[in-house]
Structure formats: C-alpha cells, structure tokens
Design a protein around this ligand. Sequence first.
Ligand SMILES: [Zn+2]
Length: 109
Amino acid sequence: MGRRRKRYKRIVKKVRRIPSVYQCPQCGSRSLTIEIKSEAGTRIAYIRCGHCGLKVLAENIPEIYETPDIYGKFIDFYTGSEETNVSFKFIESEELSTEVAEEEDIEGT
Ligand SMILES: [Zn+2]
C-alpha cells in the first residue's frame, strides 16, 4: 500500500534559449523575426513577418532589451494596450527608401 515510486530527480538545466522567430500579431503565423541593430549609439530593431510582409521599425530600445522584450513591447504596441517607451513604426514595403518622418499617434487610449 502507498507505494511511492516517483522518486526521480529532475535536473532542469536552465538554458536561456531566445527564440528568434515569433508569432506575428497580424497574420498569426510564426514567421516574425526581430533583428537588433546598433546604430550610432542607439539600438533599433527590425521586426519583420515573412508571411504577411509586416515590417516594423523599433527605436529607442534600452540596452538591456533582448528580442523577447522587444517582442513583448511590440505586442503591447500592436494591440494598443499599453504605452511603450520603445517607439514602433510601420514600414510600408514601398517606402523603405523614404524617410519615415512622422510618428503616428496610437489610437485607442
Ligand atoms: Zn504576419
């Protein structure tokens, strides 16, 4: 009675795996990539979906941010649920060469 045979040790190695591909909030496909770049002392990131062609430029990225943090902020931005300290801009694929001058106000709030 009362057998207790579940005595195995679970060794969980904490490997911090940062997935480089995320789920796209626009099309739901797992084809969203985030690429961080450092330019002139500031960090920016390109968020791109290989499925629906969503392109977003993220600016003012704090140094401690990794791609999951940026993804989290991006989702906040996309859903409009939160104000973010990182600024995101949608990039029209045809306007890549043109400068994106204006920041759009986020609707909602
Ligand atoms: Zn997509």
